[in-house]
Every structure is written in structure tokens, then in C-alpha cells.
Design a protein around this ligand. Structure first.
Ligand code: NAI
Length: 332
């Protein structure tokens, strides 16, 4: 099987290359993201392996099907960038990696929380200049605070496991409540109550039509002044303009984002020599209480190994007429 990888980075080549010793597939790596600009010039292949910011619109999927592609393998969990109806229409099978390492993402969310709170990123720079003053570095105890988790799937659960060690009250909101979490002391509440009671809100639901701009002027109004919001899920969950306004009015006391609405033009690239054509991210990065990371929550060795292994196993099974081992991996 010939597989074309888009948005391929050196670490993709390393991890997929290593795993391929057992599969023996043929790989073509494209550094560019997948979109209408490239779809008609790529080499013919049986499968396309894509990532979070590739655009798998109806136009792109139609063109891929015309060029003989049969399988789309997302090497990620989220699939908001794939037009599944179009994939069905063009007879493409689509799979993903539903749960490669929830702990990787949950641990990054926690790292963002602790960094914003205890300002270790500022302390690091300060002491390097022999400035040992503590002014401006004061944080707050997480112990006894209320944490609101939106989305209690694999990552939300892993995040709750971590937070339960801090002695926090845990509130959750999801379309489906989890009995094991309830038994462990997590309390499901309506979203409005979670917003009004939580000191920290961490987003772990997928980006869908329902969750787009979940954080907006109306939801922000319900939140505690000075709330901390952490988003390691998808950028579209937060209305960036509303977040900027929330920061200016101090409704948002801390904002940690690993994902950003307009990230596809920025993230996963070294733009250090470039003038950014995105005023919103510049503004966000200028706030002292905002921490931005470039979609790195998934980025651990364990997660990359699992992503490569599951993706290649999914493709191997699909090519043999079998479904992926995990039913949640099959999208179409
Ligand atoms: P999951 O599918 O296990 O859990 C998602 C949960 O969200 C489910 O329990 C679902 O019922 C809930 N949900 C769906 N719609 C909702 C709504 N309208 N309101 C509240 N809850 C809702 O997914 P998982 O593995 O926990 O991943 C969550 C998200 O994290 C993914 O969709 C992806 O966007 C993001 N992600 C980010 C990564 C990063 O590197 N920053 C890496 C991996 C995933």
C-alpha cells in the first residue's frame, strides 16, 4: 500500500518509519498541508494520512477519490476538519486514532494551569538575570478550588484523575454522564452552574456545530471574575474576540490555549523571522496572563508511538476488508 502523508514533520518520519518495519508500506511525505492547492498534483496513492490542520473538504476528498485514494487515515483524535458526508459519497473509508494517549493531553492541560498560576515561566527568566524578587509571582492554592471540566471523554477523564489528587471540587458537563466518575465524587452540573462556580474551566469536548464558540460573550458573563480557562481541545471552542474582551475586562484572569481558532496559518511552523499577519494572536501573546503553546499537548514519545502504531494497523486492517480493532476509530 502506498500512503501519502500531509503536514509531515521530521518526528512523523521517525515514528512511522520505525513502525513500518513490520508493515512494509510505501510512504510519500509532503511537508505542506493538504488542501485544494495541492490535491491535484500529488502522486497517486492508496491512502492519505492527514493531521489536525489538513483540509479534507468535499472538494479535496472528491479529487483524492478521483486519483484512486481509497482510505483516509487521520493520525489524530479530532476529525472536525473532515467532511464525512462527502467521504461517504465518494466511497472513501475514513479512520482515526481515537485515544492514543489521553494522559499526554491532560498532563499538558495541567502544566498550563500550574504555569499560569505559579508563573514558573516568568520565574525562569527572572532568576537567569539574578532577579530573585517575588513581586508579581504570587499564585493561589489549587487545593479547595472548584474545577469545571467540559467534556468527560478520554482526555477529560484523564484530566479529572490528575485533578483529584489536588483536593479540588470537581464539576463536569457532558452530553452523557459517566457513572464511574460520579461514583468517584465528580458532580455533573448544567453548563451554566459549572460556569458560575468554577475557578478553573478546562475544555475537553470536540469541536462541533454545538460547541463552536462555547466560550462567547454570554458564557463569559456567567463566569467568576478572574476565572482561569484552559483549552487543549480545538481553537474554535473559544470566540477569540470575546476572549480578548474578557481579558481586557478582567473577567478572564488567566487563559491557557494550546489551540487557536486561526492556528492553521501559524502552528507547527517556525515563523520567528516573519511578521505575523494575525493581530489577534499578537494581542493574546502580549497579555501577561495568557499562555499560548502551539498545539503540543499530544506531543510525547508515548503518544507518537501509539499514533503511528494505530494508524498503520487501521490501514492494514481496512486494506484486508476488516474494520479497525477499536470501533471508535472508524469514521466512515
Ligand atoms: P472523546 O470522544 O473521548 O471525548 C469527548 C467528550 O466530549 C465525550 O464524552 C462527548 O460526549 C463530549 N461532548 C461532545 N459534545 C459535547 C458538547 N456539546 N458538550 C459537552 N460535551 C460534549 O475525545 P477525547 O479523546 O477526550 O478528545 C477530546 C478532544 O481533544 C478531541 O475532540 C480533540 O479535539 C482534542 N485533542 C487535542 C489534542 C491536542 O494536542 N491539543 C490531542 C488530542 C485531542
Amino acid at each position: 500500500m502506498k500512503i501519502s502523508f500531509f503536514s509531515a514533520k521530521p518526528y512523523d518520519r521517525t515514528f512511522f518509519g520505525r513502525l513500518n518495519e513490520t508493515f512494509g508500506f510505501e510512504f510519500i511525505f509532503y511537508e505542506t498541508h493538504l488542501g485544494p492547492h495541492i490535491v491535484n498534483v500529488v502522486e497517486a496513492s492508496d491512502a492519505v494520512c492527514a493531521f489536525v490542520n489538513d483540509k479534507l473538504s468535499a472538494e479535496v476528498l472528491g479529487a483524492l477519490a478521483n486519483r484512486g485514494v481509497k482510505y483516509i487515515a487521520m493520525r489524530c483524535a479530532g476529525f472536525n476538519n473532515v467532511d464525512l458526508d462527502a467521504a461517504r459519497k465518494y466511497g472513501l473509508r475514513v479512520c482515526r486514532v481515537p485515544s492514543y494517549s489521553p494522559e499526554a493531553v491532560a498532563e499538558h492541560a495541567l502544566a498550563m494551569m500550574l504555569t499560569l498560576n505559579r508563573k514558573t515561566h516568568k520565574a525562569y527568566n527572572r532568576v537567569r538575570e539574578q532577579n530573585f524578587s517575588l513581586n508579581g509571582l504570587m499564585g493561589f492554592n489549587l487545593h479547595g478550588k472548584t474545577i469545571g471540566v467540559v467534556g468527560t471523554g478520554n482526555i477529560g477523564k484523564a484530566f479529572i484523575r490528575l485533578m483529584s489528587g489536588f483536593g479540588c471540587e470537581l464539576l463536569a458537563y457532558d452530553l452523557a454522564e459517566d457513572d464511574a466518575l460520579k461514583a468517584a465524587g465528580v458532580r455533573y452540573t448544567p453548563l451554566s452552574e459549572l460556569y458560575s462556580r468554577a475557578d478553573v474551566i478546562s475544555l475537553h469536548c470536540p469541536l462541533t456545530e454545538d460547541t463552536k464558540h462555547l466560550i462567547n460573550p454570554a458564557s463569559l458573563k456567567l463566569m467568576k471574575p478572574g476565572v482561569m480557562i484552559i483549552n487543549t481541545s480545538r481553537g474554535g471552542l473559544i470566540d477569540t474576540t470575546a476572549a480578548l474582551e474578557g481579558l481586557r475586562s478582567k473577567r478572564i484572569g488567566y487563559l491557557g490555549i494550546d489551540v487557536y481558532e486561526q492556528e492553521e496559518k501559524l502552528f507547527f511552523r517556525d515563523l520567528s523571522q516573519t511578521i505575523l499577519d494575525d493581530d489577534a494572536i499578537q494581542l493574546l501573546m502580549s497579555f501577561p496572563n495568557v499562555l499560548v503553546t502551539g498545539h503540543q499537548a499530544f506531543f510525547t514519545a508515548e503518544a507518537l508511538e501509539e499514533i503511528a502504531s494505530t494508524t498503520l494497523t487501521n490501514l492494514s486492517r481496512l486494506s484486508q476488508g476488516l474494520n479497525p480493532e477499536n470501533p471508535a476509530a472508524l469514521l466512515v
